[in-house]
Design a protein around this ligand. Structure first.
Ligand code: GAL
Length: 498
């Protein structure tokens, strides 16, 4: 038994999920990264021929959101991409995850017109990263749909899967020679469930129906894009494609809540992942039955979870090369009590499946009640994924600490990163093939409708300065030492993280 396995073995036999080990090193093949998304950082909202997207429309047309907090300039990465690359280099990153703005590359949403400036921007970014030895990880869609497609029904229109497939083919054709890791869609839950409950763009009240149409057509869109890559590009480029799913750790509040927690996992993650990652494909069976019964009880003539035909099940099943996991926090799940007011989905509870989400008193907090910190939850999550799907490889596509205070001395973020990374080390030593970690985020950015009030950045961005000056936080210094030493426990400039 090597020293890593020995250290983990002793933790496992001591029965602890959260013991601190001092001498684990990340394997050479493990990739450290950081992540951003186009609308949150790029700005240049109407530069050159870029088309309007749903976030541009939401911020510009709703008086209630017409403050400074929109993505018109954001971090101005459209102009400051050289500095972004420099920061990635300072951090010693192996990979940098960013997303393409669909409306920047295809100004009218369809693939008949490709923007020369859009193409140049992403080529510059990709080539600049590669020159520094940093691999680009590219997300095709991170919440910003061309408005023209939204006007045609967006993700609730079945035709979107063809529009998305065309867009994916353009991106693979233009950049596939240099981009070897692709994420088709970021967090479908993050725009289907919230976009159709007026929490995110397109900011529509879609009752219960729209989010499930969106759910189904994102799956089909993803599957078509994956198959295009598999058939037309993989033989030449040998890359990997998956999607990024948000999946925090959910555990039953009491032993009686185990069944409802299983249902909750299908409701949170299974709707977006089971059809792709499970051996049999299709909707998660318990949830499918639950939604059919519930729809009937409520007088609908068909289930709100639209059926998947045998052909669709086969189209979607197995369309992955790894599991992309966005993971931030843990929650405890319990059945709602009769008459109790249920918290808002997806942060506090769900009326639809009658649950409340809580924190365990032993978990630390970021200061936000819905964001408790429980690093051991990540390792449990990885075990759950391994047992449920037997996935070959997991990449942590997002993980990060939300700070309400935007100071540079972010000791709490360092502790968060160290503790979550440690759980990844332990999971690797348990035999789970976790190959990458992408910190959210490289820098402070527009936290959607949350604006610029909270920070996730390793670099602080001064949004009052026209130059959008980026300054490394203590966490950036810490992370750059982690990437270089491949170890978590060392004296960090007197901060003594050992
Ligand atoms: C994720 C999302 C990111 C970022 C992050 C922090 O759900 O993909 O864009 O906003 O949360 O809240």
């Amino acid at each position: 038994m090597d020293s890593v396995r020995l250290a983990v073995f002793s933790i496992l036999i001591s029965g602890s999920w959260c013991s601190v080990t001092k001498d684990l090193k990340f394997p050479e093949w493990f990739k450290f990264g950081a992540a951003t998304a186009a609308y949150q950082v790029e700005g240049g909202w109407n530069s050159s021929d870029k088309g309007e997207n749903t976030w541009d429309r939401l911020f510009h047309s709703n008086p209630e959101f017409s403050s400074q907090d929109n993505g018109d300039v954001a971090c101005d990465s459209y102009h400051l991409w050289r500095r972004d690359i420099e920061m990635a280099e300072e951090l010693g990153l192996d990979i940098y995850r960013f997303s393409l703005s669909w409306a920047r590359l295809l100004p009218n949403g369809f693939a008949n017109k490709i923007s020369e400036d859009g193409k140049r921007y992403y080529n510059n970014l990709i080539d600049g990263l590669l020159e520094k030895g940093i691999e680009p990880v590219v997300t095709l869609y991170h919440f910003d749909l061309p408005q023209i497609l939204q006007d045609l029904g967006g993700w609730a229109n079945p035709l979107i899967s063809d529009w998305f497939a065309d867009y994916a083919r353009v991106a693979f054709t233009l950049f596939g020679d240099r981009v070897k890791t692709w994420l088709t869609i970021n967090e479908p839950l993050g725009f289907c469930d919230t976009g159709y409950s007026k929490q995110q763009a397109p900011y529509i009240d879609g009752e219960v129906i729209a989010k499930y149409l969106c759910n189904k057509y994102t799956l089909i869109s993803h599957a078509k894009a994956w198959r295009i890559y598999d058939e037309e590009f993989r033989p030449r480029y040998h890359g990997k494609v998956s999607l990024a799913t948000i999946f925090n750790w959910y555990e039953p509040a009491t032993p009686e809540d185990k069944e409802i927690t299983d249902l909750m996992r299908e409701y949170w993650e299974g709707r977006f992942a089971y059809p792709i990652f499970s051996k049999e494909g299709g909707w998660p069976p318990t949830l499918e039955k639950f939604m059919a019964d519930k729809s009937k009880q409520e007088g609908y003539s068909r289930s709100r979870l639209p059926p998947l035909t045998a052909e669709e099940i086969e189209l979607i099943r197995g369309t992955y090369d790894f599991y992309g996991l966005n993971h931030y926090l843990s929650r405890r799940i319990r059945k709602a009590r009769p008459g109790e007011k249920i918290g808002t989905w997806p942060l506090y509870g769900s009326d639809e499946i009658n649950i409340q989400m809580e924190s365990d008193p032993s978990w630390e907090t970021t200061g936000l009640d819905w964001f408790p910190i429980n690093p051991a939850g990540l390792r449990k999550q990885l075990h759950w994924l391994n047992q449920t799907y037997g996935v070959n490889e997991v990449m942590i596509t997002e993980n990060g600490y939300l700070d309400l205070d935007k100071h540079l001395d972010d000791t709490a973020r360092i502790k968060y990163m160290r503790d979550y990374l440690e759980q990844i080390q332990l999971a690797i030593a348990d035999g789970i093939n976790v190959t990458a970690y992408m910190a959210w985020s490289l820098m402070d950015n527009l936290e959607w409708l949350g604006g610029y009030g909270a920070s996730f950045g390793l670099y602080q961005v001064d949004f009052t300065d026209d130059n959008r000056t980026r300054t490394p936080r203590e966490s950036a210094r810490y992370y750059s030492r982690v990437t270089r030493t491949r170890s978590l426990h060392h004296d960090h400039e007197g901060l003594n993280y050992v």
